[in-house]
Design a binder for this molecule. Structure first.
Ligand code: GDP
Ligand code: MG
Length: 348
């Protein structure tokens, strides 16, 4: 999918499309252009009207199939923008939802994400009804409004239905954890922000071809593999932590992280190339999220090949005061992975 990324910035704000770019790449999208504008938000379009025209031209010349805003869009803004630029316009939350949907393994996670998706969609449908009723499209009056109303009622009924199903599923999680323990495997989950190096580390410590030879794990957790060095220790990748999730998305996020519920140990990855304040902020947020899972955690400071020895020393000192077990590594270069494995074996 060819996409254009857009962000509107308040004057003085730092441009920050990096995270959004990493997110859309998780979905295998190709970024064909980026648009940034400094201005206060426009109530109708988020960006300025002139910029919308520019965006429409960019969509055409780049044959983009979708436009993704870093800023949250109101349903009305998304609707109006889509009509003007000619392709679907979505915001970061829609992308996050799609990543969760891709990663959801268990029936419960799938339901949670479906629930969040419908809640995201509901106000958009309301906006469609409003637009159909407005004088903007006199041709659509009548029939169209009825269809959209039917769709609106259907989504509302589905939401009520999902709430009931989710309630009945709450218990199965603990049962699954017990079931796995009986089989004698240890499960280690990799956690951390998007781009911290989880997938790279998974590849470094496991054999790509040696998927776990057990139906239970391959169906429930497709990104789970046995360690090269200890076949009874399974390593699993998880969806990356994401900043600024609204409450309605947070439940879906937690469900997507359910490998962590089942894990004996979490290896939390921290990106050493982040600035110290950014590193501290991300580590604190990660620790807060993980606290809800009551699982033992060790921290790996990754990408140490990108910083000087001085910097490493300083960052290790800062992190030492915030974590119990800390191992500096480079997943990409394979540096110090033996020490990490040793720590995994003793803690799992
Ligand atoms: P994930 O989002 O946490 O799964 O992160 P990835 O494993 O996809 O890595 C994100 C980016 O960081 C990729 O471009 C990796 O090549 C890079 N990366 C991962 N580990 C290291 C490392 O130890 N050193 C360096 N220099 N880059 C790394
Ligand atoms: Mg990854």
């Amino acid at each position: 999918m060819r996409v254009i990324l857009v962000e509107r910035l308040t004057p003085g704000e730092q441009p920050s499309l990096n995270e959004l770019e990493a997110l859309v790449k998780t979905l295998n999208y190709e970024v064909v252009a980026k648009v940034q504008q400094f201005r206060p938000p426009d109530p109708a379009y988020q960006i300025g009207r002139g910029k919308v025209k520019e965006l429409a031209a960019l969509v055409k010349s780049n044959q983009a199939e979708r436009v993704v805003f870093r800023n949250q869009l109101t349903p009305s803004q998304a609707y109006k923008l889509s009509r003007l630029v000619g392709v679907e316009v979505v915001d970061r939350f829609q992308i996050v939802l799609e990543i969760f949907a891709m990663r959801a393994g268990s029936p419960e996670a799938k339901l949670q994400i479906e629930y969040a998706r419908l809640r995201y969609e509901l106000p958009k449908i309301r906006e469609q009804i409003k637009a159909l009723l407005s004088v903007e499209q006199p041709g659509f009056r009548g029939g169209g409004e009825y269809e959209v109303n039917v769709r609106y009622d259907m989504v509302k009924r589905k939401l009520a239905n999902l709430r009931r199903k989710l309630k009945s599923l709450e218990k199965t999680r603990e049962e699954r954890r017990k079931f796995r323990r009986k089989r004698g495997f240890k499960l280690v989950a990799l956690a951390g922000y998007t781009n911290s190096g989880k997938s790279t580390l998974l590849n470094a410590l496991t054999d790509a071809r040696a998927e776990v030879d057990d139906m239970y794990f391959t169906t429930l957790m497709p990104r789970t593999r046995a360690l090269k060095s200890s076949r009874m220790i399974l390593l699993t990748d998880t969806v990356g932590f994401i900043d600024d999730l609204p409450p309605w998305l947070f439940e879906a996020f937690k469900a997507t992280l359910e490998e962590i519920y089942m894990a004996d140990l979490v290896v939390l990855l921290v990106d050493a190339s982040d600035s110290v304040p950014e590193m501290i902020r991300k580590l604190r947020t990660s620790q807060k999220i993980l606290a809800g899972y009551h699982v033992k955690t060790i921290t790996a400071l990754n990408k140490i090949d990108l910083i000087t020895e001085e910097e490493l020393k300083r960052k290790m000192e800062v992190l030492h005061s915030m974590t119990s077990t800390l191992v500096p590594i480079s997943a990409a270069r394979g540096t110090n992975l033996d020490a990490l494995l040793e720590s995994i074996r003793t803690n799992a």
